[in-house]
Write a protein that binds this ligand. Structure first.
Ligand code: NAD
Length: 261
């Protein structure tokens, strides 16, 4: 637990399931005040709110589409109205779908990049404006992926969006570092969430994915949430512009395991 997080106000996008819910629950344990954003799964968002409150925090659920400027504005308005402040914005919402690139419809490219990359830009912009207007220090965490670094055939649009998140975050981190606004990414590897549910139900696919992880297991969303809590806290006060990979070693070129190559 990080004592400085108590009563800090956070927005988390895409909080109705998966990593977003795990981060929400962890923020609850840190006794934070949390705006849990959801797109369509109101029930999931309410469950996240209950987890936060049961753990000792405060929370509200707010519907918004993070790929729009109005959606992000609605989130900050809700944080100010309900909690009177904002300390941390976590751009977590994301989506993926598989397409061979020569068959990838333009609408799918636009859908994925709009949520994964434009959404991160819009959330970051809204947070920056608030921190600058209030002349206060601020913290932004962007949920990237190991695929900001590892190419992913048939998910080229997803990889492009996460590669964009990395350089966007590094640029913004540098731009606002002197104003005491930190911007970092988390790069999850293979984590057990609804985005992967179908894949991991298939024993063959599960085996294939596990074999690509030096630690030989799939990650738990709470392990990503632990990284978010550290980046949110003052324990990481001198850290900006990084991607903290939470991937069991997936980014370590596991094909070379055992001295192969
Ligand atoms: P998930 O599918 O369980 O959750 C994604 C969340 O984003 C959902 O709540 C969904 O409703 C929300 N969302 C999608 N579009 C939205 C929109 N327009 N507005 C608001 N919310 C929207 O996925 P997850 O595994 O929990 O992923 C969370 C983040 O972590 C994503 O950015 C994903 O790319 C990233 N990630 C996940 C993994 C993994 O293995 N699970 C690995 C690397 C990166």
């Amino acid at each position: 637990m990080y004592t400085d997080l108590k009563n800090k106000v956070a927005i988390i996008t895409g909080g109705s399931k998966g990593i977003g819910t795990a981060v929400s629950e962890r923020f609850g344990k840190e006794q934070m005040k949390v705006v849990v954003n959801y797109h369509s799964d109101e029930e999931g968002a309410q469950e996240a709110v209950e987890l936060i409150e049961k753990a000792g925090g405060k929370a509200i659920a707010v519907q918004a589409d993070v790929s729009t400027e109005e959606g992000n504005q609605a989130l900050i308005d809700a944080a100010i109205k309900e909690f009177g402040n904002l300390d941390l914005w976590v751009n977590n919402a994301g989506m993926e779908n598989r397409y061979e690139t020569h068959k990838l419809p333009l609408e799918e490219w636009e859908k994925v990049t709009k949520v994964n990359l434009t959404g991160v830009f819009l959330g970051t912009k809204a947070a920056l404006n608030y921190f600058l207007e209030q002349d206060k220090k601020g913290n932004i965490i962007n949920m990237s992926s190991v695929h900001e670094q590892i190419p992913w055939p048939t998910f080229a649009h997803y990889a492009a969006s996460k590669g964009g998140v990395k350089l966007f975050s590094e640029s913004v981190a540098m731009e606002y570092a002197a104003r005491n606004i930190r911007v970092n990414c988390i790069g999850p590897g293979a984590i057990n969430t609804p985005i992967n549910a179908k894949k991991f139900e298939d024993p063959e696919q599960l085996k294939t994915t596990t074999s690509m992880v030096p630690m030989q297991r799939i990650g738990d969303p709470s392990e990503v949430a632990a990284a978010a809590a550290w980046l949110a806290s003052e324990e990481s006060s001198y850290v900006t512009g990084i991607t903290l990979f939470v991937d069991g070693g997936m980014t370590l070129y596991p094909a070379f395991q055992g001295g192969k190559g």
